[in-house]
Design a protein around this ligand. Sequence first.
Ligand code: ZN
Length: 391
Amino acid sequence: MTADLTARIREAAEARGVRIETAFPEPIVAEAGALSLAAPYIKEKGFRKPLIVADTNTVKVAGDRLLQDLAALGLEPELTLVKPDKLGDVIADEASIVQVLLDVQRVKADVIVAAGSGTLHDISRYAAYTAGIPFVSVPTAPSVDGFNSKGAPIVIRGEKITVQAIGPLAIFADLDVLRQAPPRMVAAGFGDMLGKYTSLFDWTFGRLTAGEPYSELVAAITERALADCAENAEAIGSRTEEGIRLLIRALIESGLAMLIFGQSHPASGAEHHLSHYWEMEFMRTGRRALLHGAKVGVACAEISGLYHSLAFEEAAGSAEAAEKLRLALERVPSADAIRGLLRKVGGPATIEELGVEPELLERSLAEAHRVRLNRHTLLRAYNEGKAARRS
Ligand SMILES: [Zn+2]
């Protein structure tokens, strides 16, 4: 019941003779009933005034239960219900962050408990970091791989930036709670995982063509998490206990892989740059935000289609690198195969189903590499090569 999810990673490290210096959240529990372990943990750690951060949906599935459990143990829990924006979405923006900070100060909270999906985690991790108190993670949907991230993507004056924050002390991912998550959020978590197909390829590309840092261990952890998801798409789509366990484990392990590596290379390549580009465009034009993983899954299919169509001998720089890249590309399923996997889990599989126009796709394919100019993706090499041939 309290099996810690880090064991598999530690075994993989040991098998390679690698020492992991990174401090992980402790414990990380992804089991049915994990929610009931959160309150005793918070009491045992000596906290008195936990502030639960939830929204009107997640308070019902986890927040209320935490309030009751904590009060029953003699603690003085308080609740912040983060308000949605004008379009009805909870956003990790300055208004939400200040709302939580004001409550932290008012009730003199000594720990924050994030009870929600990725956005509530980003609000909580940045508010906790700013207030100088820790936070505990209670995910309510297996929707992103960022629960244990140290960085927080936040929106300030309509622009999305990623800022330094803190990772959680511990994670209690209750499968009974996660199985109740809306199907589109489960599909989004699966889409965020499928994005690893192209991010892992781009990581190999950056390593071979630009000497970007690389870790066999971190790549192997990410690959295994991805394979677990792809091989069990049907169970994940039907939200069986086993399917949801595999998905949340994969998302957390992918997050831990990034934590070990210290950068996002293993889990974020051109498909994430495309997704960021679409997100910024939607923000600029006042359109309702799409789920991160829904965008990443569709973007991954688009990037796969493009990459499989390219002859990249020139971009590779040497015949040897080109050969290695060709092998790496063989591990990326075709665009159609990726769309087939997305459909199995019930998520959007094409830009039409997602709600991205062909014009925006075309523009993003030409410009999205500028989102992160320090990253050497094949998309960037392709676009810069095109520009060089024109001039
Ligand atoms: Zn992602």
